[in-house]
Ligand binder design. Sequence first.
Ligand SMILES: Nc1nc2c(c(=O)[nH]1)N[C@H]1C(S)=C(S)[C@@H](COP(=O)(O)OP(=O)(O)OC[C@H]3O[C@@H](n4cnc5c(=O)[nH]c(N)nc54)[C@H](O)[C@@H]3O)O[C@H]1N2
Ligand SMILES: Nc1nc2c(c(=O)[nH]1)N[C@H]1C(S)=C(S)[C@@H](COP(=O)(O)OP(=O)(O)OC[C@H]3O[C@@H](n4cnc5c(=O)[nH]c(N)nc54)[C@H](O)[C@@H]3O)O[C@H]1N2
Ligand SMILES: [Mo]
Length: 774
Amino acid sequence: MAKKKIATYKGSAGGWGALASTSRHLLKSENPVKNIRSLMRTNQHKGFDCPGCAWGDQKSGHKVSFCENGAKAVNWEATAKKVGADFFAKNTVSYLDTQTDYFLEYQGRLTEPLRYNSETDHYEPINWDSAFQLIARHLNALESPDHAEFYTSGRASNEAAFLYQLFVRSYGTNNFPDCSNMCHEASGVALKETIGVGKGTVTMDDFAQADAIFVFGQNPGTNHPRMLDTLRQASKRGATIVSFNNLRERGLERFTNPQKPMEMLTNGYTEISKHYYTPKLGGDMALVRGIIKALLELDQERLSMGKNSLLDHNFLAQHAEGVDTYLELVKASDWTVLEEQSGISREDMFKVAGIYARSERVICSWAMGLTQHKHSVAILQEIVNLLLLRGNIGKPGAGACPVRGHSNVQGDRTVGIDEKAPKPLIDKMEAVFKTPMPRERGHNAIQAVQAMLKGESKVFIGMGGNFAAAMSDTDATRQALRNCSLTVNVSTKLNRCHLTPGQDSLILPCLGRTEVDETVTGEQRITVEDSMCMVHSSGGVLPPASDQLKSEVNIIANIAQKTLGNHPVDWLHLAEDNNRIRSLIEACVPGFHDFNERLEQPGGFYLGNTAAQRIWMTENRRANVMSNPLPEQLIADQIQQQTAPEGTEIFTLQTLRSHDQYNTTVYGYNDRYRGVKGIRKVVFMHQDDMDKLGLNTDQEITLTSHWHDGSERSVSGFKAVAYDIPKGNMAAYYPETNPLVPLDSYGDRSFTPTSKAIAISLKADNKSNAIKLG
Ligand SMILES: Nc1nc2c(c(=O)[nH]1)N[C@H]1C(S)=C(S)[C@@H](COP(=O)(O)OP(=O)(O)OC[C@H]3O[C@@H](n4cnc5c(=O)[nH]c(N)nc54)[C@H](O)[C@@H]3O)O[C@H]1N2
Ligand SMILES: Nc1nc2c(c(=O)[nH]1)N[C@H]1C(S)=C(S)[C@@H](COP(=O)(O)OP(=O)(O)OC[C@H]3O[C@@H](n4cnc5c(=O)[nH]c(N)nc54)[C@H](O)[C@@H]3O)O[C@H]1N2
Ligand SMILES: [Mo]
């Protein structure tokens, strides 16, 4: 591991650093040539969709379309390292559980199906057929289908996800905890209520036409690097980009495109954000309310001078509901409260309102900085209000853009992974498959853990992902999984979830997106949907890591066949040809007409978005301007006043990603743009807070979270790092900090763990510390 070091990063995002890191990661693998070849086919027509993120593809089909972090994702999937039965024969599960996430990931690809032996504490080989029978036996032995939990991570293809939900619903439950529950759930809930569709309304063309782009709570330099190129182009043609982020993120400040030789050779860069504001954690609702309040005051001024209104009254009259009530609420909102809760001055709110008023077409984008709070739905509805007031939804160059995480998390929801059991889908499926489907809401991620903890749910099946580490309250989540009679993980790589077995447990290794999937009918393609509602096809190009691997589709079909027989479909026949599954998607899900034919279109096809056409699929068939109250207090203040032990100072912690990780997958220990090298257990804080607590960079510290019921959760061995962050706010990496998030700390109506707002206190560990930062 590199020497631990923390120093300010002075470069732009991208540039030579990204290129050097890409080649380092390629060379570190045993397959550099093979990997470079596969990268060249990433996001190209007839190549595979990058498993990195859900940002849309540029239209020009020929340019090399991958980024540093996409390269890492591809490269780590294509590693030549393997982890098979011999590895598990050598190592007990308890021993492996003492190892880091980096160690687990670095062991390489899983190659054969394995079953946990609780007597020896080892995983042992099992043949596929016995594994499928074991699952069927467990599922059929349950008192009720609602006693099983079916998790999905967002890499599953549309075909796998559709088949999975068809199986689970035919089996009889809507228990679909999924990674979306921990991710953009609040976006779905907020947008559905206001504009009638839980997805973004913009496409790449809109980014090319926007006059202003407001980026909230998102770190594209690391998590959506291809978005930086889109922002770079917008900035170059004169669009005003304004960032609102709790931290100063280099990628939002300036960017050198590693694929642009001139910028690289001249050490040039493009300024991304014209203006950069650092609101308090959870302060964005007050911030946006303040911007709107300023807009209304500017509007009054204009009206008094006899000028046109800044609000789009025609649009509002024709399309919107709730405007007057909301405007009253804004007027009644107190400037002092808005400034105090957001941490942004009234003067700055006026500045942003001025930019907003001068821009004809505005896009607001956001990611986890807005969706992982208690009041996330209200925060996002405030942003929708901002957009609606000037008619910025359903016109070119404008709209809402929740930037999704996993490469197909949006598609999975579209094709039915939804514990809320959407009525139109269930109606359609009952008609097509001529069998009753459950209609009661199933469990989301929080409810799944609760049910397993209580011993009500006894079987957990994970279609990808790493539920044990990704979910909040690690100890509770892991206990919940251990309570199960059977846990099953369909995976490509070894992870923490495998080391949290139920009494019986299976690891089922599957093909990755980069690998050729050949069945009796030929090579198969899968499809995914990106953040802009574009559906692309994807086909692997590399030989599978092992000849024992099966596709997710094949695994699901076999589990279904063993559990349900040929009811309501011939599962194995379906699994022979993904075109057959796509025909069923076409029959059940709107927007997929001529699915198989349209797949041939280079760049994929647009699924459509009713709100973008100003058709509002809300209950009242109007665009709803929502009047949500501001939170009375943010979490740290509440806990400080109500629960914290005497004399303990409470801070708010957000948990985020470093530059060297993909969610729970840790590729390395550097976080280049934040100047961190060789270490992950760091907590970023304001220098004044460090001084106040008497902390220096060489001490190890323990973080303890506090909750309303007085319970405390701790993680130790962290180092303080002084950073440009508002006083009272702190940041540390996930998943190391997930033990701090109380299970019942989740978003109102979104049920998303509040990963960006945890009330914590800090204390230096007693033991003297041997490691000094270099
Ligand atoms: N390389 C890489 N790419 C990825 C992933 C990965 O792990 N690695 N993960 C994928 C997934 S699943 C997702 S969901 C996305 C996640 O993409 P992001 O949402 O960019 O991920 P985070 O690292 O959680 O960053 C949250 C950002 O919001 C800011 N923030 C936090 N709280 C607040 C707040 O209250 N207000 C404001 N204004 N800002 C705040 C933080 O400072 C940080 O910049 O990325 C996807 N792409
Ligand atoms: N504290 C905190 N917690 C968070 C977050 C946060 O910001 N803070 N973010 C949340 C978010 S946004 C998300 S999306 C979740 C992510 O939650 P998950 O999606 O559950 O987690 P990942 O780390 O993406 O899953 C990695 C595992 O997926 C498997 N895998 C990879 N590729 C494939 C494939 O093609 N097929 C199959 N079957 N398996 C594959 C590998 O075995 C790998 O170990 O975490 C959430 N948890
Ligand atoms: Mo995510």
